[in-house]
Design a protein around this ligand. Structure first.
Ligand SMILES: Nc1ncnc2c1ncn2[C@@H]1O[C@H](COP(=O)(O)OP(=O)(O)O)[C@@H](O)[C@H]1O
Ligand SMILES: CC(C)(COP(=O)(O)O)[C@@H](O)C(=O)NCCC(=O)O
Ligand SMILES: [K+]
Length: 231
């Protein structure tokens, strides 16, 4: 059994993966799984090393091999278009490696709606065509609230793609429109056969993307990460 870790800017997620490729989500605490069954930990971190160290301590897996996955120029037939490949966020890289594993013969628009929203175009021959980074839904709302005197938000999310009638609705609807609008703009610029949607806000965005061939893939990053097991 292997432990896969996605250490993001908002939260860390864990998955247990068997040699046969079976995956089970796991809570990240030392008590939530059988530590003796873990052969190795494969992890990807866009967050700082402090978060990685804290997690290492928390999981009490010091005696196991920890393998950090980083962005590369090419891997498993997928090509990174950055001139400095290691600077591409490893979550974006893994989402592309996962997408390519899932749909190897299609061109894809990979959308990761996390703390930041990222969009990446991947051609049929698995060449990264570049992408976009924009603030995620929560981050957009927080930055408006923080940098203005009179805009406030509510704890509940009721965003809709329509004009708002009060401050909270204007803020939430506006930020939803910005993210949905970016995906729509990406599609207009370069349509692809499939849009693969992942990240913490993926489910929330899905109803607004009915005009596109969208597939929700919450585990895209883990599909990418699991390709490294024993490789
Ligand atoms: N339990 C949660 N904790 C934090 N963010 C959440 C949670 N559930 C949904 N979200 C949403 O998910 C987004 C973060 O997505 P996620 O993929 O977890 O980010 P990251 O990979 O950057 O850590 C936030 O914008 C937030 O709106
Ligand atoms: C853009 C990101 C912050 C997204 O991370 P996330 O919101 O999923 O935590 C991350 O992919 C990152 O730190 N990228 C490095 C810069 C780049 O991709 O060019
Ligand atoms: K993201």
């Amino acid at each position: 059994m292997y432990l896969l870790l996605d250490i993001g800017n908002s939260r860390s997620k864990g998955m247990l993966a068997s040699r046969t490729g079976q995956m089970t989500p796991v809570e990240l605490s030392a008590a939530s799984f059988d530590r003796t069954a873990i052969e190795a930990v494969y992890y990807a971190a866009v967050a700082g090393q402090d978060k990685v160290q804290a997690l290492k301590k928390q999981l009490q897996l010091h005696d196991k091999p920890w393998r950090q996955i980083e962005s590369e120029a090419a891997r498993f037939g997928v090509q990174n278009c950055y001139s400095q490949p290691h600077l591409l966020g490893v979550d974006r890289w893994l989402a592309m490696l996962g997408s390519h594993w899932l749909m190897p013969k299609q061109d894809l628009l990979v959308v990761d709606a996390g703390t930041a929203v990222t969009l990446d175009w991947l051609s049929t021959d698995a060449v990264h065509q570049g992408g976009w980074i924009l603030p995620g839904l929560k981050l957009q709302q927080q930055s408006v609230v923080q940098k203005t005197a009179k805009v406030f938000n509510a704890d509940t999310h009721q965003a809709r793609l329509q004009p708002g009638g009060d401050t909270v609705a204007c803020l939430q609807n506006g930020c939803l429109a910005a993210v949905v609008g970016a995906i729509s703009q990406a599609w207009q610029l370069q349509p692809m056969q499939q849009v693969l949607l992942t990240g913490g806000d993926a489910r929330l965005l899905l109803p607004y993307l009915k005009n596109y061939p969208v597939q929700l893939e919450p585990n895209l990053l883990f599909y990418g990460l699991s390709r490294f097991i024993d490789s």
